[in-house]
Design a protein around this ligand. Structure first.
Ligand code: HAM
Length: 415
């Protein structure tokens, strides 16, 4: 028997209410903050992610699903959404629109990770990108968008971790300091960190291996190496978060696993969970559009894991509205009545009334048992006598009381 691939899951009907609820909340928040929806392809040129997320990151080097299509093109299943949105921004002339351009997406992302609770190989992300301004107020607004999204679902006990990792002017000085610090401890580092030390120093602080933790904890802090413009930006951001009453803590080890970030990085973590259980994260990417061939265009955004948000809703015992089901069941006895019931069912549905029709030719008792199991509130019963009289029996499934009604009144009574 086939099974869903490891790290993927079927979203069964009973789970759909959560997904619909979260996605509707996302769409509502985006409307309030002026983000418009964009859908980009599931597949992209693999080079797009090598270029933006960066070679030397775990996502590109270890987790990306890359393949050659039949035409010999190297493609990848999107592991994240920011690069695709920036590609679309350039491809569709959005630099000519009024800036910032604010776009959101809800899409599946693919990463070959080791599956565990809340970590999948296919996950769904709600993301927002605001492209075309470097104003720190926009960073605060992006964080506020994410924050209000959680609050709109009554998710509580969240922690906002913040950091600034500088820009291409001040980063090199910080990377030198990191190198010096790590070289002093090189004998204690894991093999991956020894490679990171040469290939991608920013990623050193991401390491989760226990042996590397003391070295990472005592490493120089990026905020101490910011140029004046980045330092001003970071303090403006903190001022704006204060204006919005959003509590945060600065985490000097927060660098996030993508090369495109500049200045602001942030993550939202549930109380008690570390960065491994992050509910969402994002930051600024002022060099990304240029890296993809456009003019210098700053941007900021975030991505939120919908699967993890749903796990939080369940953990925090937050109920979501159920998806409405048909409330009417149509039963019949006899061949002629069955044809009539078939027509009545169709006509009720055309009038916007959800109906489940008895299928097959079971006894009336069995049909009503099915109606009971389905939890409908009304049953319409047609027998040969009702066909002749142009009537139907309308049964209240809760009280089991019945009345005979004229067919032409049925629609109004059910509505
Ligand atoms: P990310 O932190 O890699 O950022 O992913 C965003 C969120 O997606 C995470 O915080 C987490 O909730 C969820 N997530 C990530 N990987 C998995 C997984 N394997 N299973 C379940 N959930 C997962 C980005 O992708 C950036 N593009 C965000 C961004 C947008 N930055 C700027 N704009």
């Amino acid at each position: 028997m086939y099974q869903a691939p490891r790290g993927t899951q079927d979203i069964l009907p009973e789970e759909q209410a959560y997904w619909r609820y979260v996605e509707q909340k996302a769409a509502h928040i985006c409307q309030l903050y002026g983000y418009e929806r964009i859908d980009t392809p599931v597949i992209e040129d693999a080079g797009l992610f090598n270029r933006s997320v960066g070679e030397g990151t775990d996502i590109v080097d270890k987790e990306m699903y890359t393949f050659d299509d039949r035409g010999g093109n190297k493609l990848a299943l999107a592991p994240e959404g920011t690069a695709s949105v920036c590609r679309a921004y350039l491809e569709h002339g959005m630099p000519n629109l009024s800036q910032p351009v604010k776009l959101y997406y809800i899409a599946s992302m693919f990463r070959y990770e080791r599956p565990q609770a809340g970590r999948y190989r296919q996950h769904r992300q709600f993301g927002c990108e605001a492209i075309g301004s470097d104003d720190a107020a926009l960073d605060a607004e992006a964080i506020d968008t994410a924050w209000q999204f959680y609050l709109s679902m009554n998710i509580s006990q969240l922690f906002l971790a913040l950091n600034s990792i500088g820009c291409k002017e001040c980063r090199p000085r910080y990377l030198d300091a990191l190198k010096e610090h790590y070289l002093r401890h090189s004998e204690k580092l894991c093999p991956d960190c020894n490679i990171r030390l040469v290939k991608n120093r920013m990623r050193l602080l991401d390491c989760k291996k226990p042996s590397c933790q003391p070295v990472a904890d005592s490493a120089p802090k990026s905020v101490d190496y910011l140029c004046q413009a980045c330092a001003d930006h970071f303090s403006q951001l903190q001022k704006h978060l204060g204006l919005l009453d959003i509590p945060f803590g600065v985490n000097h080890r927060l660098v996030r696993g993508f090369d495109y970030y500049t200045r602001t990085v942030f993550e939202v973590q549930p109380a008690g969970g570390g960065s491994q259980s992050s509910l969402g994260g994002g930051g600024r990417y002022d060099g990304l559009i240029e890296e993809l061939g456009g003019k210098h265009t700053p941007g900021v955004g975030f991505g939120i894991g919908v699967d993890r948000v749903i796990l939080q809703l369940k953990d925090q015992k937050i109920a979501v509205p159920p998806i409405a089901k048909p409330q009417v069941f149509v039963a019949s006895i006899g061949d002629e009545a069955r044809d009539e019931a078939f027509k009545i069912t169709a006509s009720l549905r055309r009038d916007g009334i959800g109906v489940i029709q008895a299928i097959g030719s079971r006894s009336l008792k069995a049909q009503l048992r099915q109606a009971n199991t389905l939890g409908v509130s009304k049953a319409v019963i047609i027998g040969d006598e009702e066909v002749k009289a142009g009537t139907a029996i309308l049964r209240d499934m809760t009280t089991a009381s019945q009345e005979t009604v004229a067919l032409d009144r049925l629609k109004d009574l059910l509505k």
